[in-house]
Design a protein around this ligand. Sequence first.
Ligand code: ADP
Ligand code: ZN
Ligand code: ZN
Length: 843
Amino acid sequence: MEMARVIVDVPSKGTNRPFDYLIPESMRDWIEVGSRVGVPFGHRTVQGFVVSLHDKPEMDISKMKPIQELLDLVPPLPPDLVELASWMSEKYACHEMTALQAMIPSALKGKAERYVSVSEESDLDEEEESDLLLIPKTREEEQWERIIVGFIRQNGPVRMEQLSSRYPEQAGIIKSLIRRGVLQETQNIRDKVQKKTLKTVILNVSENETEQVLQSFSAKARRQKEVLQFLLEMNFPMTLKEVMSVLQVTAGTVKALEEKGYVKIEEVEVFRDPYKGRKFKPTSPLPLTKEQQTVFDSITRGLNTLNYGAYLLHGVTGSGKTEIYLQTIERCLSLGRQAIVMVPEISLTPQMVERFKGRFGSRVAVLHSRLSGGERYDEWRKIREGKVQVAIGARSAVFAPFTNLGLIIMDEEHETSYKQEESPKYHARDVAIKRAHQHGAVVILGSATPSLESYYAARSQSNSEFAPILLEMHSRALGSNLPEVHIIDMRNELRDGNRSMFSRKLHQGIAARLERGEQMVLLLNRRGYSTFVMCRTCGYVASCPECDISLTYHQKSNNMRCHYCGYAAPAPAICPDCGSEHIRYFGTGTQRVEEELAKLFPGIRVIRMDVDTTTEKGSHERLLNQFREKKADVLLGTQMVAKGLDFPDVTLVGVITADSALNLPDFRAAEKTFQLLTQVAGRAGRHHLPGEVFIQSYTPDHYSIIHASRHDYSNFVREELKHRMALSYPPYCRLILVTFSHEKLPLVVRMAENFSTELQAKARKLGWYGGLDRLTSAALEVLGPVASPIPRIKNRYRFQCMIKCRGDIDAVELTKQVASEIENSVHDAHFQISIDVDPQMLM
Ligand code: ADP
Ligand code: ZN
Ligand code: ZN
């Protein structure tokens, strides 16, 4: 192929399309779809991805520029991911480059660097060079020119920065050399992380020579002989370091062998393994329960067809979903295909990683967000190079570059962390389904509380793209009962004079567990407890000067920070408004609970797990291990303690306030509350000891709390769907959130209004507009504009429109079109319109 179409890394609207480049002769055999290249763009060199190859250029070849460099020998992206990026760019209204970038590790997001070399065309002999150099005026200048050209000749292309720091005062001379063509500037893309290599000793003696060679060593070279014998015995390359430490020899000894030609010492690429040295207890498949077997059979029937299939696995907490994942993966691997496992937040689920490593060992790559850039890159390369067959990670694991994907598992599929909140604003569930379609693979969505969208799609089989088959497991694998749940009306506590954050019943429950030596989990709904700075005299609350939200207090550094723009200030000792000293810093809610526990139950051992205690790498695992080793009575935390944990001796779960998230202006508030309560209640009594759950609430009659207390998913869904239908919310329609922002409020308001008017007019023309309440097959409705829930961020005002739509219409395309018209009418690069398709965060 002679030419390539390339998506370039230039973040602007006009560049969201492929550009044509010539493929130089020397690269013809190397460049493929998915190759990463450096190409000239304007006056720069930028990184790009090849998205297609062509023979017959549509444009005049003489105007086409050649690809400058090929960045990897193996393309980082297989063709199916390139196709997926194009699909994402349409579905989520994002730049194709943004989608491509989301698929590769950050280590490969190379930046162009400027190099200077001696011109090739002016590959002058000494004399000619002297002629050129004669042009300058003074002797001193001439000397400098010789020195600089000499330096570059000797060192090959030199980085611009290196040159300018070495000759800081000769900028004029260097520029003049470049202008006269003696030196030339080139640009190369440099990756952020280099592959790691180690000096490795490689045997260079053929088998039939060995005896002879070993005989040849003199007594003095005894050590050298030992090394050689050792290498012969090991029969695979050892690193120089290993050889030196195992045999207690010096590098000199090995070097001497190299000089004799018996070994070679080479830099060999190694993979950094973040789990190196860690032992995982190997496990073998468990005999399945009857319910598990039925589910397993359905899924494997799908797997065996090698065709697309999707399953929604609704199984109560502790029903043994993980064992099903493990065994279906085994089946998938035996078919010669690969598997992806997604978990909501991998740093919160060390137990999951352990179970997968335990079953599949080194066949698993872990794409952990807490890994360093280099470690992540290595795990990713193991996948790309076919060295592993299973990838486990958070939402971005859906892009694991396997080439023969057979299975994608999404555990806790209802979790909001599967939606990325910055561009590309994709939902990993939709991407998983698309990828599975591409590969003829099976998708398993697992949850004890499936999202309403998935459940509805399974029930109605309406959405043909997706339509998962519903599989249910109603009982726990170990035969234990679901725990008994008590709802406690906190209004009564207050009425009876109990001002503590613990109700009397929960208090008694904790005391009884302490006596019996059983463990407890206490959950605080994070969103309900603030960490702000407030004056008790005048009510002043410290807020960000740039954004309309209150600052968050951080105890460790005793300062206040804005979580939107990063603004930070020391916490004041007196109120800046009234001068009162009664200004309080409310520590994290969990801290307050911890203090209260210590007061009420002297000697109680508490492990606190929240943002403050889990900032360090590996801290989740450390805390959870301590708890498992019974070094504490109580595991206290925010949402993080609700997820996927399996502790045999937990017999009490307490929820401090169940309803703190219920009043948020989010149509998913009830669903989220139900999910959280069900998940956390599932932590109790999972094994042999029976469990008890205490839910404290100020609105104990709310249906989400009542149904959660009865472990009654289907009745909750029935009631919640009624509300969604009445108010036209998903799953009865799709949403697109459009946010407008700029420093000037009037401009934002005017443009948001123009957008709304224009979109409605266009939709009406297409026959789509008419309100969702009518039973039309295609409908679109625009709500707003209104001020965004956070009306100002980083000094930019924000307004939004919510678009509701239904039916087989391309509302995203129309939204994009109108947004682009509005943007073009403004002529101000600061004005921004952001589009969020299927938004999850409405706050
Ligand atoms: P879930 O993911 O559905 O909440 P888990 O997979 O964590 O449930 O299983 C709960 C417990 O049951 C675990 O301790 C697991 O080892 C055990 N378990 C699962 N399946 C079986 C089985 N077939 N036989 C015995 N124990 C099982
Ligand atoms: Zn005050
Ligand atoms: Zn701010």
